[in-house]
Ligand binder design. Structure first.
Ligand code: NAI
Length: 282
């Protein structure tokens, strides 16, 4: 996944100026990633002290990146840090910070009323083309979007912690934006956004490929759940889950899977039979 915002196109808007609201652990990380990919970033928080701390955090995080990436060329590493830091400015006034923004990413406290107030306020201050995104982990984007006059330009950009390390970004669409987020490839587009902590197969509407990529990049798994099931053997997986169900028949997590039963009954047992969720060659 390439986390360059400039590949995102909505109504052919090229993202150059990014405003991040909230300079806590997520906002600072998002600012670092956006600035490292050449964007002009304005980081907003409530006090200069918080912003100073955020900038310090970004600088030390960049030092760690550089130590690895430029281990044999420390001078270029220093140049890189300088360039990235030059791409970030700070502001305690959100109204001023969004006047020339192409994309606003909200990473403030996880509270719907406060997020709605912020979106409603910024809606009056930002140019018409500006896209509003929330990094929320749990709150409905459409409720935030309803506080604005631009629900078709509001979406979710859900980063994973620690942002500079994690390569996954979930893009959350709503009924007002569907079909309008283009060129996000190879980013995951997933209508739900809490599946990492849940039973991904049942709550995410993405394809098995999306889920496997998501679990590898977002949760650091060496194999995604579908790949792993094929590797283990789908007959074995069925034995395991049937056993769990016998012990806890009312637990919805262990409800029978029609797809798994079908594959097993067709002899598609995973890698060992060259077909399971995926096809394999010898
Ligand atoms: P945090 O508490 O570290 O940072 C929040 C920052 O927002 C604070 O610096 C605070 O001063 C600032 N803030 C609060 N209200 C503000 C306002 N009205 N205007 C400007 N700044 C304001 O929180 P964190 O962990 O960075 O989370 C932020 C958002 O990201 C939340 O919505 C959270 O659910 C989401 N998130 C958090 C993850 C995590 O692992 N911590 C992972 C993915 C998403």
């Amino acid at each position: 996944i390439q986390r360059s915002f400039s590949s995102s196109v909505v109504r052919n808007v090229v993202i150059k100026n990014v405003t991040i609201i909230g300079g806590g652990q997520m906002g600072a990380g998002i600012a670092q990633v956006a600035a490292s990919t050449g964007h002009s970033v304005t980081l907003v928080d409530m006090t200069d002290d918080i912003l100073k701390k955020a900038m310090k955090g970004i600088q030390s995080s960049l030092r760690r990146v550089v130590k690895k990436k430029f281990s044999d060329d420390p001078e270029s590493g220093d140049d890189f840090i300088q360039k990235v830091m030059q791409n970030v400015s700070t502001n305690t006034n959100p109204a001023a910070a969004v006047t020339s923004s192409d994309l606003v990413v909200e990473a403030i406290v996880e509270n719907m009323k406060i997020k709605q107030d912020l979106f409603g306020f910024l809606d009056k201050m930002a140019p018409e083309h500006t896209i509003f995104a929330s990094n929320t982990s749990s709150l409905p984007i459409s409720d935030m979007a309803s506080a604005t006059s631009r629900p078709d330009r509001c979406g979710g950009l859900h980063f994973f912690n620690p942002v500079p390390m994690m390569k996954l970004v979930e893009v959350v669409a709503t009924s007002s934006t569907r079909g309008r987020f283009r060129s996000l490839n190879p980013c995951l587009v997933c209508p739900g956004h809490t599946w990492v902590h849940q039973r991904c197969v049942s709550v995410c509407h993405g394809s098995k490929e999306d889920i496997d990529i998501g679990m590898k990049l977002g949760a650091g798994y060496p194999m995604g759940p579908f790949e792993l099931s094929d590797y283990v053997g789908l007959d074995t997986i069925k034995f395991i889950t049937d056993g769990w169900r016998e012990k806890e028949p009312d637990n919805p997590l262990f409800a029978p899977s029609d797809l798994l039963n079908k594959l097993v009954s067709e002899g598609k047992l995973g890698k060992k039979s060259l077909q399971g969720f995926y096809k394999y060659s010898k």
